[in-house]
Write a protein that binds this ligand. Structure first.
Ligand SMILES: *Cc1c(COP(=O)(O)O)cnc(C)c1O
Length: 484
């Protein structure tokens, strides 16, 4: 809907050459940067203006000046010198924060990643046979020992794991799932969409809040391949609600399989649970029933269980599938296993993380588990230390710093109802304000600090702060008050 004024603005857009003539690169950059990179940046800059105009914005004449646009190009080019993927300080109190990378790795896992990156490795080489091996071998024995499974495979992430299981066992057939479990997780993972992509026919049973065993029984026919159970993660219906436990699904499947055996149908009905987070040990040591472990889910007689590597497990991005040996063997042969395989660095990190679970030190050595289980007093001491650092560096007339009790969260859809008692430093502004301070901490600092903002206060939750980060927070805050 380009009207007169829009067209006039579009005509006023500077030509790429006009802009390029006015870009003044610092000498150090000019001699080394490929000219195509600068031209590309100029196009992007002009395109951004065009998009704004087409969106109906009234862009002012000075903004269309070639010299001004050239400055934007310069900023774009110089931004390549800074990395885009940067460390941040997580002061949100959300332990498994998907936007900022979920689980930090344990030192042992980091060392394993560096080693795998640095040298050649036995990635797909068997020392025993002195010949080609399988990358699936490195973690399988550990995963089986830690979950009680017969077999295991790890792929790129849990979304890939779900897609793989559904397409191997239910493509062109039916998968039965409760309406209460047709959830969307973190925007881009929707159970109905994944089912569609897999080629499985989704058969919905029950209602949003209640699904009964009979609902599943009625839906099962000769074309039913599997019963899918999905952990609802960050979504929970509390109150008048009911779902069917994995154990009950296993019973229903067993009855159906007995019938199929009698009628000579060879395909067995499978039970598969997407656990989401999936934990190898009770994630909260003092509340062992808060979330069933992978072992428990399998013992309740699921045929297959899948879960993420970087949620409660505290490892790298990965999706782990554990369960019956014959089924895992089929998955290993599925072309998707190749397309969605783990790379050597993630594999190294996963193996190293799993090894930490071989004794009960995992609660101390796996950062995610440690943060979830750290005693309130330890968190308070960290908050008190941060408050002292801030008070030392920032004048009393600028702000007040108080240690307050807060509630931290597991995040990542894990343990959605659990409130973790935590402690934060609360900033009361005598100069400046919370929103401007938050913007400064995130946009203007080399290592962005992500706080929580509550009304007019900024809060730094100490449960998710790592070693050495209190100093970064204090230095960034000192800079905020020095500037403004
Ligand atoms: C997080 C989650 C997924 C997706 O796992 P990724 O490892 O992020 O791909 C799938 N299902 C459930 C229930 C989840 O909670």
């Amino acid at each position: 809907m380009a009207d007169e004024s829009t067209n006039a603005l579009l005509r006023a857009l500077p030509k790429i050459d006009e802009v390029l003539q006015r870009v003044q690169l610092p000498e150090t950059v000019e001699s080394t940067l490929p000219p195509d990179v600068v031209t590309h940046a100029a196009r992007e800059e002009v395109d951004a203006l065009r998009t704004r105009i087409l969106g109906g914005e009234v862009v002012s004449a000075p903004e269309l000046d070639p010299a001004r646009v050239a400055q934007g190009v310069l900023l774009r080019v110089l931004s390549f010198a800074r990395t885009s993927l940067r460390p941040v300080v997580n002061a949100t109190g959300v332990v498994i924060h998907t936007n900022i990378g979920r689980s930090p790795l344990a030192p042992q896992a980091i060392e394993a990643v560096a080693q795998a990156a640095r040298s050649y490795s036995t990635l797909e080489y068997s020392m025993e046979r002195m010949a080609r091996g399988s990358r699936h071998d490195h973690c399988e024995a550990l995963l089986c020992a830690l979950t009680g499974a017969e077999a295991a495979i790890a792929v790129n992430n849990n979304a890939a794991a779900v897609l793989m299981v559904l397409s191997e066992f239910a493509a062109g057939r039916e998968a039965v799932v409760s309406r209460g479990e047709l959830v969307e997780i973190g925007g881009s993972f929707r159970v109905p969409d994944i089912m569609e992509a897999s080629g499985a026919r989704m058969v919905e049973v029950g209602t949003t809040n209640k699904t009964h065993p009979e609902d599943y029984e009625r839906a099962i026919g000769p074309g039913t391949a599997l019963l899918l159970k999905v952990h609802t993660s960050n979504y929970r219906i509390v109150g008048f609600s009911e779902s069917v436990a994995g154990a009950q699904l296993a019973k229903i499947a067993a009855a159906e399989n007995a019938r199929r055996a009698q009628t000579g149908q060879r395909e067995r009905l499978l039970v598969y649970e997407d656990l989401g987070s999936g934990s190898l040990v009770p994630p909260l040591r003092e509340r062992p029933d808060a979330e069933p472990t992978v072992r428990t889910a399998l013992e309740r007689a699921c045929d297959l269980v899948s879960f993420s590597g970087d949620k409660l497990l505290g490892g790298p991005q990965a999706g782990v599938i554990v369960g019956r040996k014959d089924l895992i063997a089929r998955l290993k042969k599925n072309p998707l296993a190749r397309a969605m395989r783990l790379d050597k660095m993630s594999l190294a990190a996963l193996e190293a993380t799993l090894r930490l679970y071989l004794d009960d030190s995992a609660y101390k050595t796996v950062p995610t588990l440690r943060m979830l289980n750290e005693p309130h007093d330890t968190v308070r001491e960290r908050a008190e230390r941060l408050a002292r650092l801030l008070q030392e560096r920032i004048p009393d007339e600028s702000a007040r710093f108080d240690v307050v009790d807060t509630t931290a969260r597991a995040g990542g859809g894990s343990l959605p109802l659990e409130e973790l008692p935590s402690c934060a430093v609360q900033v009361e502004f005598l100069r400046g304000d919370a929103n401007a301070c938050e913007a400064f901490l995130i946009r203007r600092c080399k290592v962005p600090v992500i706080p929580r903002v509550q009304k007019e206060h900024v809060l730094f939750d100490a449960r998710t702060l790592q070693d050495g980060e209190a100093e970064i927070v204090a230095a960034s805050m000192a800079r905020y008050f020095e500037r403004g």
